[in-house]
Design a protein around this ligand. Structure first.
Ligand code: B12
Length: 288
């Protein structure tokens, strides 16, 4: 099935992507890609790359307001499937048209760092990074900005979109980055963050990682005196949670113990008509 009829340009590609019920699309020039830390330039993935195509699918607001986070997780995985399938189809067509192309999944993989590559010293909490930061690629092509919640905010959906990207040799007309001024600085995200990772002036990844991935509000102990509190927390979780059954479910649905930084944010024009007046509590097994 020819989708591009060998007409490889930004306009044709965007039209086809939006036709696949993808909500947002933007194109960044690999030379002007905004890099994060640790820096992950597209050229490291493909030295001959010229463009990064960024795609976004809105989450269902119904799942964001759902009574249990697992309903959002399942919906999240469907948005990832839609993105990954579209990226795969387009990637194959671009290669048939003569351009080496690498679709990058909306989910994993990530590189895992037990030790700090800069110092070799062991991190207190293992850190992870993608091969390409979708948030920064999206900012590079004017799709949105990174808000106080450290998430990509778009005018249409606020933080509620799943992202993915395609790295390609195809020389496509890039979209310029934009100064959007979307984040209102209301601090709702900071106040809602259950792990204390979000602070008025910064985002700390470690407390977010342990709460998002295991539902724990304590980092691994860094000193003897922290062990009693850590063990007390583990015991409380073990009394109320069946980790084996939970991990079994996580293998099927993926894991999320928290999206409070997303749920608290009121940015997003598309939600104005359907956003419920009250944000109900959202249960997760982490709440013990
Ligand atoms: C790894 C990862 C995580 C990790 C680490 C997050 C992080 N910021 O580094 C954890 C598990 C904590 C996480 C949490 C969440 N994530 Co996440 N995550 C990713 C992933 C796969 C890679 C991100 C990455 O490369 N981070 C590194 C840089 C870019 O992060 P940074 O915030 O700018 O800077 C941090 C790092 O530099 C880190 N750091 C500092 N020193 C060092 C040293 C080393 C060696 C490393 C590795 C890191 C590190 O600390 C900085 C923050 O203080 C992306 C997908 C992608 N390919 O981009 C999704 C992604 C960013 N996540 C997403 C989401 C939705 C979430 C959560 C809401 C959880 C959930 N339920 O899904 C929370 C939100 C946390 C927040 N408010 O930022 C979405 C965001 C969509 C949007 N609207 O922006 C993405 C884009 C996935 C997607 N396909 O849509 N995530």
């Amino acid at each position: 099935m020819k989708i591009l009829n060998n007409i490889v340009n930004a306009e044709t590609i965007k039209a086809w992507i939006l036709d696949q019920v993808i909500d947002l699309v933007g194109i960044a020039d690999t030379d002007n890609l905004i890099l994060a830390h640790p820096p992950r330039p597209a050229a490291a993935l493909m030295p001959t790359a010229r463009s990064v195509i960024v795609m976004a699918v809105a989450h269902s607001l119904g799942s964001v307001y759902a009574p249990d986070i697992m309903l959002w997780t399942r919906s999240k995985m469907q948005t990832s499937r839609l993105l990954d399938e579209t990226a795969e189809k387009l990637g194959r067509q671009l290669e048939r048209a003569g351009f080496l192309t690498l679709p990058i999944s909306a989910d994993k993989p990530v590189e895992i760092f037990k030790n700090d590559p800069a110092t070799g010293k062991k991190f207190r909490q293992t850190r992870t990074a993608a091969f390409l930061s979708f948030k920064h690629a999206a900012v590079s092509c004017g799709m949105g900005e990174i808000g106080r919640n450290n998430l990509l905010l778009t005018p249409e959906f606020g933080p509620h979109q799943r992202l993915c990207a395609i790295v390609t040799e195809a020389p496509l007309e890039p979209d310029p980055s934009k100064d959007l001024d979307l984040c209102c600085g209301c601090d709702k995200c900071v106040k809602a963050c259950p792990s204390g990772a979000l602070k008025p002036d910064r985002y700390d990844v470690d407390p977010c990682f342990v709460y998002w991935s295991m539902g724990f509000k304590r980092l691994p102990p860094a000193s003897i005196k922290e062990w009693p509190g850590y063990i007390k927390m583990l015991r409380r979780h073990m009394q109320q949670r069946d980790f084996l059954v939970e991990s079994g479910q996580a293998y099927i649905t993926d894991v999320d113990y928290c999206i409070e930084c997303m749920r608290a944010c009121l940015i997003g024009e598309s939600w104005k008509k359907i956003r419920p007046k009250v944000l109900p509590l959202q249960k997760s097994s982490a709440q013990v």
